[in-house]
Write a protein that binds this ligand. Structure first.
Ligand code: ADP
Length: 452
């Protein structure tokens, strides 16, 4: 069942042509009273007069009622019902399509008590004054008092509305033209910006391409330079080895008891020659090793290596170097089976280098080496309790000839660690350091079990 209809705000009879003007004018009044906007007032008034004209001609008129519906639900609409005086002919009535229907929110034909009523409605905006029952009663009283104006008055006001509507259309068209102009302007700006950006992008691209070409060229040059440096080092050290070895031999001969006796000053000088030549030979040998490792001329001789054997040899040979009374050299026994595929000579060189450094840079405590199998790889760790290395030096000590400034030892070339790291890589492993000044160092060599 339909909810009871709200009491009409106003009713009027539409019987003849002049009533059409009155209806139009009253419609606008009601629309104004309930708070419809100006444009909507004209729309509903126009729709009403169009429908009214049809009704007067086709069925001799109608009874018209204006109501406000939906006020309680917060979405009020102004609803106008036109109940025709007679039923429509067989052709019926079709106002629901076309221009009239577009003037209102809804326009429909509803049967009420056997009569087809034409119903149109328009939403009342939310900002309009609230239509409480009290306000509606006030409006009802106000509308009942206001007398309908004459046909001429309504015609005049209709004319004014028409002029206002035309003005509105014109000003909207002008605004549209301005907007269009602005839009075109913006478009031109965007296009110009786009062109400029694409040009800049192209320019940058060309720069990047050129830069890459230069980079390729430079890296080729660098590679060539590094190769010639290695070749030079290899040649020079090879050429130096024989004379330096000869100097050491001659110095040994001079100092030999079988030779003519030397004065003590001569003996001291020969001793100096011999020790300097020995240092030089060590440097030459290191350089030769490094040059060989760099040029990729070292081919590991892959065999089954037993870490216990390697550790045993190092324990024996390095004991002679561990001469400081407060420093212990501890080489732990690796867990068995301690085998891996590697090159025994190269591996021994890496470990000897690490142990040797540990002994060089430790005044008190111990130098320890141990091996563990971790996640399927051998991890050999050489720890010491020596002077340690500051974090910003951790990578630098692997650079050729680099020695930490102020580290006590004067013995050494700065080539041991870079050489050890290259060998570790050749063996498929990695060499890294963890250390803090004053807290000792930990060098870790990671090796695969089954070779590179
Ligand atoms: P060398 O020992 O011949 O100087 P290395 O390449 O073996 O050359 O070592 C480079 C530098 O790294 C050393 O001069 C030293 O300053 C630092 N270093 C290496 N091992 C240790 C260590 N165990 N403790 C402290 N400093 C070390």
């Amino acid at each position: 069942m339909n909810p009871p209809l709200p009491a009409p705000l106003m009713q009027m009879a539409l019987r003849a042509e002049p009533d059409i003007f009155v209806l139009r004018q009253r419609g606008r009044e009601v629309a104004t009273a309930v708070g419809l906007e100006y444009q909507d007032q004209i729309r509903i008034a126009t729709a009403l007069s169009e429908v009214a004209r049809d009704l007067v001609r086709a069925v001799g008129g109608a009874d018209v009622a204006f109501r406000v519906a939906g006020a309680e639900e917060g979405s009020p609409v102004l609803r106008v019902e036109l109940a025709p005086l007679r039923p429509f002919g067989p052709a019926g009535y079709e106002p629901t399509s076309g221009a009239v229907a577009r003037l209102v929110d809804s326009l429909d034909l509803t049967p009420v008590d056997g009569v087809t009523v034409i119903r149109m409605s328009r939403r009342i905006p939310a900002h309009a004054e609230a239509l409480t029952p009290q306000r509606l009663a006030e409006l009802r009283a106000q509308l009942a008092q206001s007398a309908p104006a004459s046909v001429l008055d309504e015609l005049t006001s209709q004319n004014e509305q028409l002029i206002a509507a035309l003005d509105e259309v014109r000003s909207q068209r002008d605004e549209l033209a301005v907007l269009n102009e602005e839009l075109q302007e913006t478009n031109r700006g965007v296009l110009a910006l786009y062109n400029q950006l694409s040009e800049e992008l192209e320019e940058t691209n060309r720069g990047v391409v050129a830069l890459y070409a230069e980079l390729d060229e430079k890296s080729a040059q660098l590679k060539a330079a590094s190769e010639s440096k290695s070749r030079f080092l290899a040649n020079v050290s090879h050429e130096l080895r024989a004379p330096v070895t000869a100097v050491i031999g001659l110095a040994r001969l001079l100092a030999d008891s079988a030779s003519d006796p030397l004065t003590s000053e001569q003996a001291r000088q020969v001793g100096l020659i011999r020790s300097s030549a020995t240092d030089l030979l060590a440097l030459v040998n290191d350089l030769l090793d490094l040059a060989k490792a760099e040029s990729g001329r070292i081919e590991p001789d892959w065999t089954e290596v037993d870490l216990r054997v390697v550790f045993g040899q190092l324990r024996g040979t390095l004991r002679a170097l561990a001469t400081r009374p407060g420093v212990d050299l501890v080489v732990e026994e690796p867990p068995s089976p301690a085998t891996l595929r590697s090159d025994e000579t190269l591996l021994t060189r890496v470990l000897r280098n690490l142990l040797h450094n540990g002994l060089k840079f430790t005044e008190a405590g111990e130098v320890r080496m141990r091996a563990d199998l971790v996640d399927g790889r051998w991890r050999i760790v050489v720890t010491d309790t020596g002077i340690g290395i500051a974090p910003d030096q951790h990578e630098r000590i692997f650079e050729d000839f680099y020695q930490v400034p102020g580290s006590a030892s004067s013995v050494g070339t700065g080539l041991g660690l870079p050489y050890a790291r290259r060998l570790a890589m050749l063996l498929g492993g990695a060499l890294r350091v963890a250390s803090e000044p004053g807290r000792g160092s930990v060098f870790t060599l990671d090796l695969p079990v089954d070779g590179a």
